[in-house]
Design a protein around this ligand. Structure first.
Ligand SMILES: [Zn+2]
Length: 54
């Protein structure tokens, strides 16, 4: 199972709830960045993986 960690923008605390238990503010999900500096290398990795398959 993957757990989605959420963050309260008010008190900057991390929680798994959709609302902060401390201040009741709606928390925002902390998604990992879509693009990383290693994206170029990721392309090559994908190419290698799919290249083997086909
Ligand atoms: Zn809070």
């Amino acid at each position: 199972m993957k757990s989605i960690i959420k963050k309260c923008p008010e008190c900057r605390s991390y929680t798994l709830e959709s609302t902060c238990k401390k201040c009741g503010t709606q928390t925002v999900s902390t998604l990992p960045p879509r693009f990383s500096p290693e994206d170029r290398f990721a392309k090559y990795r994908i190419k290698v993986l799919y290249g083997k398959d086909r």
